[in-house]
Each structure stands twice: as structure tokens, then as C-alpha cells.
Design a protein around this ligand. Structure first.
Ligand code: SF4
Ligand code: SF4
Length: 276
């Protein structure tokens, strides 16, 4: 597989909630189970991304009064559901951000940008400080209770090196998860978006596909097609990497200091002029 920018395009309108992606990810990466919990609130039994859940399929349950009903229209297929209830389904993952808060916050150099432009945590370098956990605007990274180190999706770094597709994308039966060159994925996403708009799904849009639409992260290498507000999918509407604000603050301090120096210089020069 060639190097360069690789990523995921997750088209949530194609997801059927089968969880093949979650299982394939766990199996390939040998992730421990999540305790076989029953939340009692949803068919979603894993709840959220975490140290042992690197793909998480959200089941967003919608009643008749929470907006347009789904699934989206599909020509030739009867997708009618009882009018009172529907689901939005979305397979969430680490976004491999262009400006990655986790990477910028890591003090040991454990988090690196790979030759595929993905964000990778080196387990043998991570010291478990947890700075990355608080620096991720999406709540993706988590420390594992047993060893204390931070874990998240690797974009199947080991598979990419062997010219293989990441396990989740490989096993998604509906191609809701697509993997490939980032530029090509963006083109595919635009075509799909136009098609959905033609079908009358006017609220479909791309989340995080570029820096213009998401300046706080510089754009996501794992971006999404959504049909409702980001918050509905438990995604932040305007994610910002903490260091963006830090740099802005330092810039303001810098300009403030320059202003003080200019004032002081002006006062000295004025004082000299007045003394002559
Ligand atoms: S989503 Fe979070 S964990 Fe993933 S690259 Fe971005 S900041 Fe890091
Ligand atoms: S494998 Fe594909 S269709 Fe099944 S839950 Fe995952 S993203 Fe959805």
C-alpha cells in the first residue's frame, strides 16, 4: 500500500447497526471485553469509545417528535418504519485529527504521526500520565485500568504496513465505513452527499471533512456523513484542540508585551525631547 494520507469516510446513512466493525476491531487488535454490561437504556451495550472499544456503534433512538424519521429513502427498497420510532446509527472512531490534541499534549513523544498521516500511540513509550485524555476534544482516548496506559484506534497500523484494509472497514457489509486515500474519500463523500440531496435528504452534510468546516481541529482524517446535528450523535459541534487556545493566548500576551515596550520607548524618547 502506498503511503500518504489515509483515512476513513463513515457514511452513517448506510449503517445497519450490525456491529461487525466493533467485533472485527476487537478481534484483530485482541482487545479485552467491556464487561458484558447491559445499560438498560439502549440496544447499545458498549456505550462509548474507550481503551478497549476502538470502534463504537451508536444507536440514536428517535421518537416521532425528534425530527424527520429515518432511514433515508433508498430507490427500489421499502424502508418504511412505523411512524413513531426510528434509529440513527453511526460507527464512531478516533478521528486521526490534522491537529491532534492528544499528540500535541503528550510529554513523552509516545504519540506520533505515522507515514499514513494517522495518529498512533506507542504503548512501550506511554507512561500513563493521561495528558492526552484531557486534550482530545472528542473524548476518544482512555487509560486502561490494569496497566494505566492510554489506548485508542491505531487505524490498524500493522495491517496498513502489510497492504491490508483496517479490520472495521474490511468487515462492514454495507460499506458504511470506507477506507482509502483521503483525497479520494473526500471526492466519494461529495458525490454521495449530492446523491442524498437529490433524494430529498437535504439535512445531510459532512462533519470534519476539511479545515474550513472544522478549524478547531484542522479537519479530520476520519470524517462522517451525518443527517442531524453533531450533538445528536454525541459529537461536539465545534471541537477545538486545547493548544489552539493556548497559542492564541500566547500570541495575545506577545502583542501585549510589544505594546508595553513601545509605550516605554515612547515615554523615554518623549522624556528626552522634553528635557532639551
Ligand atoms: S480524535 Fe482525539 S485521540 Fe483521535 S487523533 Fe484526534 S485528538 Fe487524538
Ligand atoms: S459494520 Fe458497517 S453496518 Fe455494521 S455497524 Fe459497523 S458501520 Fe454499521
Amino acid at each position: 500500500m502506498g503511503q500518504g494520507q489515509k483515512g476513513f469516510f463513515t457514511d452513517t446513512t448506510l449503517c445497519i447497526g450490525c456491529k461487525a466493525c466493533e467485533v472485527a476491531c476487537k478481534q484483530w487488535n485482541q482487545l479485552p471485553d467491556d464487561g458484558f454490561n447491559f445499560t438498560g437504556m439502549s440496544y447499545d451495550n458498549t456505550g462509548h469509545l474507550g481503551a478497549s472499544t476502538w470502534r463504537h456503534v451508536a444507536f440514536v433512538e428517535r421518537s416521532a417528535d425528534s425530527g424527520p424519521q429515518r432511514p433515508v429513502p433508498t430507490p427500489g427498497v421499502n424502508t418504511a418504519l412505523p411512524a413513531s420510532f426510528s434509529w440513527l446509527m453511526a460507527s464512531d472512531v478516533c478521528k486521526h485529527c490534522q491537529r491532534a490534541g492528544c499528540l500535541e499534549a503528550c510529554p513523552t513523544g509516545a504519540i506520533i504521526r505515522t507515514e499514513f498521516d494517522s495518529v498512533y500511540i506507542q504503548p512501550d513509550v506511554c507512561n500513563g500520565c493521561g495528558y492526552c485524555v484531557t486534550a482530545c476534544p472528542f473524548g476518544v482516548v482512555e487509560r486502561r485500568e490494569d496497566d494505566g496506559r492510554a489506548w485508542k484506534c491505531t487505524l490498524c497500523y500493522d495491517r496498513l504496513g502489510d497492504d491490508m484494509t483496517p479490520a472495521c472497514a474490511k468487515h462492514c457489509p454495507t460499506e458504511s465505513i470506507q477506507f482509502g486515500d483521503l483525497d479520494e474519500l473526500k471526492e466519494r463523500a461529495k458525490v454521495r452527499l449530492e446523491r442524498l440531496h437529490e433524494l430529498g435528504v437535504s439535512d445531510a452534510y459532512l462533519y470534519g471533512a476539511d479545515a474550513e468546516s472544522q478549524p478547531g481541529t484542522g479537519g479530520l482524517n476520519a470524517f462522517f456523513l451525518l443527517v442531524d446535528k453533531p450533538e445528536v450523535y454525541n459529537l461536539p459541534p465545534d471541537p477545538v484542540v486545547p493548544t489552539v487556545k493556548g497559542h492564541q493566548a500566547w500570541r495575545q500576551v506577545g502583542w501585549g508585551s510589544l505594546g508595553m515596550v513601545a509605550l516605554a520607548l515612547g515615554a523615554v524618547l518623549f522624556g528626552r525631547g522634553a528635557g532639551r
